[in-house]
Design a protein. Structure first.
Length: 728
């Protein structure tokens, strides 16, 4: 399609801000345009400058451009940048998030989607309360069939643009014996009856409005001459359908995104939306932004070499816009165990601070939230201030506070605050009224809440299911206290969480957060094994919490890789690059190639957060619960181009490969390292009794070259290198 001539010529002040490829995207005339913007290549600059250019060249008036972002922050920044380029505030813009713009559409046509003007947008609590009412009216036990689980199913249907009547058998769920679709229909009817919508309805009903009312769609076609979309790789199906309907008019849709940074499939994002752009919009032009203004050449070359292993991508190669001056290679540090890894990271941060580096320019990026604990503990020990970005500190997380409360009641039955926290988690029917009864009895007899509950149960002061639930909980604590001296605090606390139903509560939860909470609980149990007794652990937690400070000033940044997208730091630590952690075990077990490619994109995002240096690390051993487990280096390490990687640490702990040959160490080991063990001169036969410094005593059950299968007395069966054991 030929571009229409601009009303005015190029604008030197704007063009001067752009490189030639960016300028090409900004000056694109009419027709569909996909801007493939690699990490750090100036995508926001291109999008906002194109917006301003459309207005300054009078291709469109402010109300004729639809500009869509994913966050309110991005919308606010775009508005400010456009106003800055124009030299004045701009009124009448259709600029905002997907949901805000869809809500604006619905407000103008409420009656056409079964609502009245002034409809309410429900928050999460109200949604759940309404859904629970619907389920109870249908005679469903909301303890057996939790409303949050059904809400998650309904929201996934809405993200896919499915009204109840469009949910096919293939899309259906077996929740409540296959009643999910019928409950969805009743929930939608109830929303209409109270003149409300939930968050998922905004785009679902806006799309339905455009699909079923051609006159309304034609009106928006006339209004919106140009459509601008940010982060297109993160769109879900209903967002894609809404955009495609609106773009059928002038077809002047410009989408900016990076298929190599699509990392949100778990919340509905469809990478296929960006991959099929050229098929969806015939004659579409693709402009690739490949000049990165953030990172050094070795970091970009390593990241590009890694992501090139993905097949589902449109393809581009990042080049440094900082010049080809040599930068530091990516460091890949092999360590003995996770404790040594935390010491290494802490030690290097201390060295960077001593060299004058700002802590705020340093980040530790982990694959999963549970990994932060070891680094938090180390940073606290070293007195290095830190902040958690996009989440809570480990001991502040709700599931960890719950677990700590169970531990406090176990150690101290008179701990009323802890008892009050967990007495109804998971649900045991101890509502406000029951708790008031227990509290009144405790005050009357001047006894702790747990003892008051015990007396009420014994005397018949509470009845029915509540009495049975309280009796079971109180009897459980008696049994667990008796278990503590015999089994130890690690095994006992695992039993408490399992037998109380707390672990099962999260296992039954289908929300996206539930797997992470279960991983955090595993890390909680692992943390216990660092202490001799449960009181010692609780004292430690109290001191850590007492040390909490406001997250202001110069601090190390600690976050997950997902939370790091869009951020950048001089130095980035990327720990835990081991199969089972990164890529995650769940991905390797369930997701196949598609899931593995998303994990690789996540690795690419992590590497490209670094401006000057990236330090990747992996450990040979990690402790799961109270046991040590051998870890294999991440398969992603072998995909990093060898010429851009500097190997450090005990690389002898892994098998040689083309990408990573064994290295001969000629230097002295750093403080956080110990010298590598040489290969054994003798062989260890099957049946030989051996000792391992982490796993203890065991017997060899099988051998293969230098690898031994050993049945350890306490750690169970493990596969280890023969150089790490001694004959017992």
């Amino acid at each position: 399609m030929e571009s229409s001539a601009p009303a005015t010529g190029p604008i030197p002040e704007i063009d001067a801000l752009l490189n030639p490829v960016q300028r090409d995207a900004v000056h694109h005339g009419d027709g569909p345009l996909l801007v493939l913007a690699g990490a750090g290549t100036g995508k926001t600059r291109v999008l906002t400058t194109r917006f301003a250019h459309l207005l300054l060249t009078r291709r469109a008036f402010p109300g004729q451009v639809l500009a869509v972002t994913f966050t309110n922050k991005a919308a606010r920044e775009m508005r400010e940048r456009v106003a800055g380029l124009l030299g004045q505030p701009v009124e009448g813009l259709w600029l905002g998030t997907f949901h805000a713009l869809a809500a604006r559409m619905l407000r103008g046509h409420a009656e056409l989607v079964g609502r009245r003007p002034g409809f309410t947008i429900l928050d999460t609590d109200d949604q759940l309360r309404l859904l629970k009412q619907v389920m109870q009216a249908e005679g469903l036990d909301t303890k057996r069939f939790p409303p949050p689980v059904l809400m998650g199913i309904i929201q996934r249907w809405k993200d896919r643009g499915l009204l109840p009547e469009r949910v096919t058998p293939a899309e259906d769920s077996d929740f409540a014996s296959g009643r999910a679709r019928a409950l969805y229909a009743l929930y939608q009817q109830r929303l209409a009856a109270v003149n409300a919508v939930d968050f998922g309805d905004l785009l679902l009903l806006a799309t339905e409005l455009l699909r079923t009312h051609p006159d309304i769609l034609a009106r928006y076609h006339r209004q919106f001459r140009y459509i601008l979309v940010d982060e297109y790789q993160d769109t879900n199906l209903v967002q894609y359908l809404w955009l495609r309907l609106l773009a059928q008019g002038h077809r002047n849709i410009c989408c900016v995104g990076d298929d190599d940074q699509s990392i949100y499939s778990w919340r509905g994002a469809e990478i296929e939306n960006i991959l099929r752009f050229e098929r969806d919009f015939e004659g579409a032009r693709v402009v690739r932004l490949e000049r990165n203004y953030r990172s050094t050449a070795p970091i970009l070359a390593a990241a590009s070499g890694l992501i090139a292993h993905n097949e589902g991508r449109l393809g581009k190669t990042l080049r440094s816009g900082l010049g080809d001056a040599a930068g530091e290679k990516i460091s890949v540090v092999a360590l003995w165990d996770s404790d040594e890894e935390a010491r290494m990271v802490g030690g290097r941060i201390e060295a960077l601070r001593a060299a004058g580096e700002a802590l705020g320019d340093i980040a530790i990026l982990v694959r999963a939230g549970f990994q932060t604990r070891a680094f938090e503990e180390r940073l606290i020990t070293l007195g290095i201030p830190y902040r958690i970005i996009g989440g809570l500190r480990f001991y502040e997380r709700a599931e960890i506070r719950d677990a700590i409360a169970y531990a406090r009641v176990l150690v101290q039955p008179a701990d009323d605050l802890a008892f009050e926290r967990i007495v109804n988690i998971p649900k045991r029917g101890v509502g406000e009224g029951a708790l008031r009864t227990i509290t009144q009895r405790a005050r009357a007899d001047a006894i702790p809440l747990a003892e008051a509950a015990h007396r009420l149960v014994a005397e018949g002061g509470v009845r029915g299911k509540l009495r049975d639930a309280l009796r079971e909980l109180l009897a459980g604590f008696e049994a667990w206290r008796a278990m503590l001296p015999q089994e130890g605090h690690v095994v006992t606390m695992q039993t408490v969480l399992d037998a109380s139903g707390y672990t099962g509560m999260w296992q039954a939860d289908s929300s996206p957060e539930a797997p992470g909470r279960l991983e955090n609980l595993k890390e909680f149990i692992r943390a216990l094994s660092d202490f001799d007794t449960l009181p010692a652990f609780l004292d430690h937690v109290s001191l850590v919490m007492e040390n909490e400070e406001n997250a202001e000033g110069d601090r190390v940044n600690l976050m997950t890789l997902h939370a790091a997208k869009g951020l950048e730091f001089d130095t980035v630590f990327l720990p835990g690059w081991e199969d089972g952690i990164f890529p995650s075990q769940r991905t390797m077990d369930e997701s196949g190639t598609k899931g593995l490619e998303e994990e690789r994109r996540l690795a690419y995002v992590g590497l490209t957060r670094a401006r000057r240096r990236a330090i990747v690390s992996h450990a040979a051993n990690r402790r799961i619960y109270a046991n040590w487990q051998v870890s294999m280096p991440s398969r992603f390490l072998d995909e990093l181009p060898e010429e851009h990687v500097q190997l450090e640490g005990r690389q002898d702990g892994r098998a040689p490969s083309a990408g990573f040959p064994l290295i001969a160490r000629s230097r002295q080991p750093a403080a956080w390292e110990t010298a590598p063990r040489p290969p054994r001169a003798d062989s260890i036969p099957v049946g030989c009794r051996v000792f391992h410094e982490k796993f203890g005593y065991g017997t060899v059950t099988a051998t293969e070259d230098d690898r031994l299968e050993i049945d350890f007395e306490k750690a169970g069966s493990k596969r280890v290198l023969d150089r790490f054991v001694a004959r017992a």
